[in-house]
Design a protein around this ligand. Sequence first.
Ligand code: FES
Length: 158
Amino acid sequence: LARAYHEKVIAHYEQPRNVGSLPKNDPNVGTGLVGAPACGDVMKLQIKVDENGIISDVKFKTFGCGSAIASSSYMTERVKGLSLEEAEKIKNTEIAKELCLPPVKLHCSMLAEDAIRSAIRDYRTKRAKAGEPKKAGYIDVSQSAATGETTATAHPPS
Ligand code: FES
């Protein structure tokens, strides 16, 4: 019988790190939910970001193959303690190399890259919404130097 999985995959698969969920509505939590169209596997990855912009907690749930579970487990360990900028630079090729994934399993590691990026995006969108002050309306008045004509543009409150 051919061995389907490398021992590093099996180690993560048998003892996945950081399985679970974080509260989705926590303003400091970003949730990434992604799927692989090729096989229908789904990965949810959540990050909690502290006041210094550092990922302080990570959880995942993956409905997928052993490589996808191992990739997400590896990703959670890899990003803990990193800044968002550092975390979004992690490539699936690094995961695939670390877990010795064969070419047919590359998309499984891609799922983990997509998931962390999606979680970071969700976190940033949440923060932007929370921090955005309500803008007052204003009117722009400008005068053309060439014609002397005045134009007024109204910007309603947003
Ligand atoms: Fe689809 Fe692994 S076979 S994620």
